[in-house]
Design a protein around this ligand. Structure first.
Ligand SMILES: *Cc1c(COP(=O)(O)O)cnc(C)c1O
Length: 361
């Protein structure tokens, strides 16, 4: 992949159009209302450096991504700390201390290896201890926070910068005022056991903004890590737009390759489709249907919301998405381009598809 995929692929549909000015404005909407450090999360757009820069211009003080490859892509194109959000794989630890100033960690053995790598290379490296406050993805349990923090504090070669809670991503757990207080209380007890305070108390991701905007975050919370709210303007707990945020910072467009009136129901015996599903189709008579040159290889089409009124996504195979366009006022023709807003899964997957170009406007 070249640094600027838009340059060599802009003639090819589908295209992910990124609007850095909107990324910047959405970032500002968070930064203005949170009395702490905003960390911009770029994993939804594959660590796109222009998005990272727009986040920083909008008030982010650091950039975070779950993939080291994305942080590497970022390089020194942003003048701030880079966080690796996913605890490192053993074989990447050497590269982690070279390409990230801060890494999330949850395993003492990996912490030791990270410290050894940082010492070997003579670089400063800070770690943030990931804490599982209930979503049951990565992190030490609250009961183990004090003991693990004290182990981490005793390891030479790394600096323990703080702790981070994350919820929502695996099991949809929503942070509450009570759960955040419990996290903060555990941190304060753990700090007593190591006889010092850590600078970073990172309370969560976009699903924590509701608490933040309602004034329900304890003062001890010093950091939020925000991707979705900035990139899509939505609250992950509901999928609904956050009041005042813009939802079109990134959109996906694809070209129409066929448009015909066809019966909506298939003819002939049916078995499983290309992806092993057995779809049921409602017979709505003859409908205007458009096919766009984009399919499941590029994006999970359930995550698309057509911008043009009257367009309905019916389904997709690997390389074709089929739309009902009967209710569209103007006629749609081959060669037209149709645009879609995306949910987080659709954004992250399309940004990672080698067939999807990136453009900036
Ligand atoms: C993805 C991720 C975030 C950002 O989540 P959003 O919902 O996009 O704001 C923050 N922290 C961690 C650990 C993550 O994996």
């Amino acid at each position: 992949m070249t640094d600027d995929p838009s340059r060599d692929r802009q003639d090819h549909a589908p295209v992910l159009t990124i609007r850095p000015a909107i990324v910047e404005r959405n970032s500002r909407r968070v930064a203005d209302r949170f009395d702490g450090d905003l960390v911009g999360v770029t994993k939804g757009v594959g660590g796109d450096p222009r998005v990272a820069r727009a986040m920083v211009d909008g008030g982010a003080t650091a950039i975070a991504d779950s993939r080291l490859a994305n942080l590497r892509r970022l390089g020194d194109r942003v003048d701030c700390d880079r966080y690796l959000l996913r605890p490192p794989m053993r074989h990447e630890i050497d590269a982690v201390v070279r390409n990230a100033e801060v890494s999330f960690q949850s395993e003492p053995s990996v912490l030791r290896a990270t410290a050894a790598a940082a010492s070997r290379r003579g670089v400063d490296h800070r770690i943030v201890l990931a804490v599982d406050v209930g979503d049951r993805r990565e992190g030490v349990l609250l009961d183990d926070l004090a003991s693990t923090l004290s182990i981490a504090a005793g390891i030479d070669g790394i600096e323990v910068a703080g702790v981070a809670a994350h919820t929502g991503s695996l099991n949809g757990v929503v942070p509450t005022a009570e759960s955040v207080s419990r996290f903060v209380n555990c941190l304060e007890r753990a700090e007593e056991s190591i006889s010092r305070q850590v600078p970073i108390c990172s309370a969560g991701s976009s699903n924590t903004l509701g608490l933040c905007f309602d004034g329900d975050l304890p003062e001890r919370v010093t950091q939020l890590r925000i991707g979705e709210a900035i990139l899509l303007g939505t609250d992950p707990t509901t999928g609904e737009p956050l009041p005042g945020f813009e939802t079109d910072a990134v959109v996906l467009s694809a070209d129409v390759i066929e448009c015909k009136a066809k019966p909506s129901a298939p003819t002939g015996p049916t078995g499983r489709d290309a992806f092993g599903e057995s779809p049921t189709v409602e017979d709505r008579g003859v409908r205007d249907r458009a096919i766009v040159a984009m399919g499941r290889v590029d994006v999970p089409v359930e995550g698309l919301a057509p911008v043009r009124e009257g367009v309905d996504v019916l389904g997709a195979s690997s390389d074709h998405a089929v739309l009902d366009v009967t209710a569209v006022r103007e006629s749609i023709r081959p060669g037209d381009s149709l645009t879609f807003e995306l949910d987080y899964g659709a954004l992250a997957r399309s940004a990672a598809s080698p067939y999807v170009a990136t453009a900036y406007e």
